[in-house]
Structure formats: C-alpha cells, structure tokens
Ligand binder design. Structure first.
Ligand code: CP
Ligand code: NVA
Length: 309
C-alpha cells in the first residue's frame, strides 16, 4: 500500500512537460525491450470499469503483469459499486488492499472524488471529460512515426468529446498547434478551452473539417456518439454529416500525414474504411502504445521509477 504523499494521473497537466518527456522515453525503452525492471513486483492495480473496454482493460492488466504486478478487474455487475456503494467508500477500502486504482467512469467528478479519498495513486482510464492515457499513447505514436510533436500540426475532426478535451490539454501543455473542427453544438469542454486560452495555447475550434485538415501532419477523429450517448446516435449522424475522414479529406493534409483513431471505430461514419485501413493509418501502433505508456505511468506512480525531468 502506498501512503500519502502519492500522485494521481487524472488529466495530462498532472505531469509536467519535462516529466512527460521522461515518460515517453521510458515507454520507448519498454517498447524496444530495453527495460527489464519489475517495479510492480508484489503490487496490485484495481481497475474499476463503469463503462465497456477492450484496450484499456487488457493493456493495463497485461502491463501490470509485465512489470511484475497484478491487476484486478471490477465491474458494476459484480462489485458493490453497482449496488450503490459510494465510490469514495470503495476507494478508501481498495486503498487498504492495492497499490493503485485505475478508473473508467462517467462523471469526471466521480473520478476526482475517488482520488480525493484514495491513499494510493489513481489513474484516469476515461471519463466523460478526459481520456489522458489514450492521448499520451497518441503522442507516443506521433513520436514513433513523425517525430517531435512541437513542430507538427494536429487536426481533430468531429465531436468535442473526452478525447478532444485531452488533446486540448496536451496542446496547451506541450505547445503544439491543434485545430479542432466540430459542428456547432458539439464543441469541446468550455473550461478546458478557457484554460488553454489562458496559457496562450495554439488551439482553435473551427466549423469546417477541411479547414482543420489542410496541411495537418496528424489527422484524428473518434466516434460521433461516445459511451453513454447511444440514444443520440441518429441526431449525431445528422449533425456530423460532412465530418467523415475520407481519402479526399486526407489529401488536404500534409502528404506525410498520419491518421489516428483511439478505437473502437465505426467505418462509414467518422472514418472511411479506405483511411483507417489505408497506408496513412497508424491505429494499430496507437493501440499498442497504450500498453507501453501505461506501463511507464504505472512504473512511475506505483513502482517508484524516476521521471524527474
Ligand atoms: N481506446 C480505448 O480506450 O479503447 P477501449 O474502450 O477498448 O478501452
Ligand atoms: N469517446 C469515446 C472513446 C472510447 C475509447 C467514448 O467515450 O466512448
């Protein structure tokens, strides 16, 4: 059990830019097979999933194992959380057993409540507001395929959702240029935009997806209806008409541009099959990078691995 002080990872600015650089380098050593530490030996990660998951669940579980530790999957179907036990009570109890807690849930405030009550590091595995592990994996993929993000332009096409908000956090924190094209009514979180503007971030929200894609080095999108918005699917399909990332949109981007998508994807909706299955797509490396960056995060927060910048 890790007692206070400990650190959480609830959103990207929880790590300084210098620490993020160290995390990326650590993840790259892990990806290259040049890291042989077992910093989680004898340690356990509890994983609370109030929403579905394939990548997050498997990559955290496999990552914990590869670092010498263990992960426990908790779903509302079988944990008392699903029968109304307060998240904060669960967090206090789990802190007596485990060395870290990963949470995927709806309200970001619930994640913050868990983090406030837990005595061990809490990691954001996606909320309605943010998906920071995924955006760090995306940035690792950018480093892998095109290099330093600071000199590249990112285009977000589609819903101003949790992924968009974490991309805004990343752009504000690391200083790269980000243009988001969102239909009116589907903008990213206003407070996240305001925070980015306050630090002079190079972040713009536009209405025309072609404007965002023009000259971009990274083109990225996500589903039009996120988990919890399934009943809005029809209305969203109408609102997002013209926002599909297809070959014509990719032709507006830089010739060397890569396409990213956090997955799961809906071919024929937010992305055309010719793009996600085409030569510019890096989505499989992106999914793999979840494992490497989360191992680096767990090693740092739960395993005492140094990420001093
Ligand atoms: N990208 C992502 O978080 O996938 P899962 O929902 O499968 O975990
Ligand atoms: N925006 C999507 C991401 C899934 C990984 C959702 O929240 O459902």
């Amino acid at each position: 059990m890790t007692l206070r002080p400990h650190r959480d990872f609830l959103s990207i600015p929880d790590f300084s830019a210098a620490e993020l650089e160290q995390l990326f380098q650590l993840a790259e050593r892990m990806r290259a097979g040049r890291y042989h530490g077992q910093p989680l030996a004898g340690k356990t990660l509890a994983m609370i999933f109030n929403k579905s998951s394939t990548r997050t669940r498997v990559s955290f579980e496999v990552g914990a194992l590869q670092l010498g530790g263990h992960a426990i999957f908790l779903s509302p179907r079988d944990a008392q959380l699903g029968r109304g036990e307060k998240a904060a009570d669960t967090a206090r109890v789990l802190s007596r057993y485990v060395d870290g807690i990963m949470v995927r849930t709806f309200a970001h405030s619930e994640l913050e409540e868990i983090a406030a009550m837990a005595d061990v590091p809490v990691i954001d595995g996606l909320t309605d507001l943010h998906h920071p592990c995924q955006v760090l994996a995306d940035l690792l993929t950018v480093r892998q395929h095109i290099g330093d993000i600071a000199s590249h332009r990112v285009a977000w096409i589609g819903d101003g959702n949790n992924m968009a908000n974490s991309w805004i956090d990343a752009a504000a924190h690391l200083g790269f240029e980000l243009t988001l094209a969102c239909p009116r009514g589907y903008d990213p979180d206003a407070a996240t935009i305001a925070k980015a503007e306050a630090v002079g971030a190079r972040v713009r929200v536009v209405r025309d997806p072609r404007e965002a894609a023009s000259g971009a080095h990274v083109v990225t999108t996500d589903v039009w209806a996120s988990m919890g918005q399934e009943e809005e699917q029809g209305a969203r399909e109408r609102a997002f008409a013209g926002f599909q990332v297809d070959a014509a949109m990719m032709r507006l981007a830089a010739p060397s541009a890569i396409f990213l998508h956090c997955l799961p994807a809906h071919r024929g909706e937010e992305v055309a099959a010719e793009v996600i299955d085409g030569p510019q797509s890096r989505v499989w490396d992106e999914a793999e990078n979840r494992l490497h960056i989360q191992k680096a995060i767990m090693a740092a927060l739960m395993g005492g691995e140094s990420i001093e910048g």
